[in-house]
Design a protein. Structure first.
Length: 255
């Protein structure tokens, strides 16, 4: 959605490693924002984004106007089922319908291709893979590992909203995930205990916590014990900014 940072450019580099022609879309998608979310103030810098993409070696940038993606009379939406219901789906009604719809449109425009998405938006990545499979798009969806700042903060365009004190507080997310990973490595397998370890450093600094949950890594089904790869996902507000992060426990990431 623009306001590109090194995490986005890592997706470009991965695409260039796999393909001879690379395109990037830059589009702040209105249908994935709720009525009280940050669509109007979401960071935008198209000229700067195009310069960064050109330097990274992108061959074409697709930056449509909203009316090109949603023409007058547009009335079709794509809905994904169970994958889109927990986690962010519970707290952002309609969000994944907007994501699924715009990605389906982009896949239809692009045609046969590889598509690289970041794993920071873990649930989104699973939803997009399901779209490609269920709707028979000739697209191979590739997940790229989370790109972090040197101090561990997951890169995000929304990090630009953080004040210096909020930026320091935001490190609680990666610290919480690291604490849970240490507990797992030490033999802990109970989901609630691992969630508690992740939540402990976040609670003192977060304005609110949407979730700190362990879910089965491929289906996002609820679990009580980690017996197969599971994703530990976090969403909370630091200051006025909603941040997400995640880590897979119990094996390699399946996406």
């Amino acid at each position: 959605m623009g306001a590109l940072h090194a995490g986005h450019l890592a997706l470009v580099h991965e695409a260039k490693r796999r393909a001879t022609f690379v395109g990037a879309s830059v589009f702040v998608n209105p249908t994935q924002f709720g009525p009280n979310e940050d669509f109007s103030r979401y960071p935008r810098d198209l000229d700067g984004d195009v310069r960064k993409l050109a330097t990274a070696g992108v061959d074409v940038v697709f930056a449509p106007d909203p009316a090109e993606i949603y023409p007058p009379g547009d009335d079709t939406r794509v809905r994904v089922g169970a994958l889109a219901e927990p986690l962010c789906g519970r707290f952002r009604p309609g969000h994944f319908e907007g994501v699924a719809t715009v990605v389906a449109k982009l896949f239809a425009i692009a045609g046969p291709c590889l598509a690289v998405f970041g794993r920071k938006d873990y649930q989104q990545l699973l939803v997009i893979r399901r779209i490609a499979r269920d709707l028979c798009f000739p697209v191979e969806v590739i997940g790229h590992p989370i790109v972090r700042e040197p101090d561990g903060l997951a890169m995000s365009s929304r990090n630009a909203y953080l004040s210096p004190s909020d930026r320091a507080a935001a490190l609680a997310l990666s610290r919480g995930l690291a604490a849970a990973a240490r507990a797992y490595d030490g033999g802990e397998r109970r989901a609630r205990e691992l969630e508690r370890a992740a939540r402990e450093p976040i609670e003192p600094v977060a304005v609110s916590i949407d979730y700190v949950e362990l879910r089965e890594a491929e289906t996002l089904a609820a679990i009580d014990t980690v017996a197969a790869p599971a994703v530990l996902a976090i969403a909370c507000r630091i200051g006025a900014t909603r941040l997400i992060d995640n880590r897979v426990l119990g094996g390699p990431e399946p996406v």
